[in-house]
Write a protein that binds this ligand. Structure first.
Ligand SMILES: [Zn+2]
Length: 169
């Protein structure tokens, strides 16, 4: 019987009591459960190598999601007018964006090295990353403070960033 407020494992369909999920699962178990990576029951049946692989892919998808959110936010801000003010400052916004892109690239590279992703997946993940870089560059050109921050950032930063931008253009 599924109690009130029961939740299902998105992976195996096992019903779990909401209280158990929020109070009895360890933080790591809960985090995996919420991300749809499985519940303690099906995790116990999954080979450790498979779990590592799923975690690697989930961490890439997570950071790509964050990158997408950052771009969407800036796109919304620049659509309201060319001069925008960001609570964290334009420089910080640009730095944070490219820092996250580097994290995503690193995670993708590591997954490739460990054979965790197929070549089709790698292409799709890289395309998504590059599409967001393109959108980011487009957004910054519409706002002088962001354009200046971008210029300053490009002048001071390492070739990894320039590579990423040239791959995206
Ligand atoms: Zn499960």
């Amino acid at each position: 019987m599924i109690p009130m407020g029961g939740v299902y494992c998105r992976k195996c369909g096992e019903p779990w009591d909401f209280y158990y999920v929020t109070h009895e699962m360890s933080p790591a178990e809960r985090s995996e459960f919420v991300k749809g990576l499985g519940c303690p029951k099906c995790r116990a049946r999954t080979p450790p190598a498979e779990i590592e692989k799923e975690k690697a892919l989930a961490s890439i998808i997570e950071i790509l999601g964050e990158i997408e959110q950052m771009v969407k936010r800036l796109e919304t801000l620049v659509s309201n007018g060319p001069v925008i003010s960001l609570p964290e400052g334009a420089n910080r916004a640009v730095e944070h964006f490219f820092y996250s892109c580097q994290v995503a690239e690193e995670r993708i590279k590591t997954a490739v090295k460990k054979n965790y992703v197929t070549s089709i997946q790698v292409t799709a993940l890289n395309n998504e990353l590059h599409e967001n870089v393109r959108k980011m560059i487009r957004a910054t050109t519409r706002s002088p403070p962001l354009a200046r921050a971008m210029q300053a950032f490009l002048e001071t930063n390492d070739p990894v960033i320039r590579d990423l931008i040239s791959q995206s253009s």
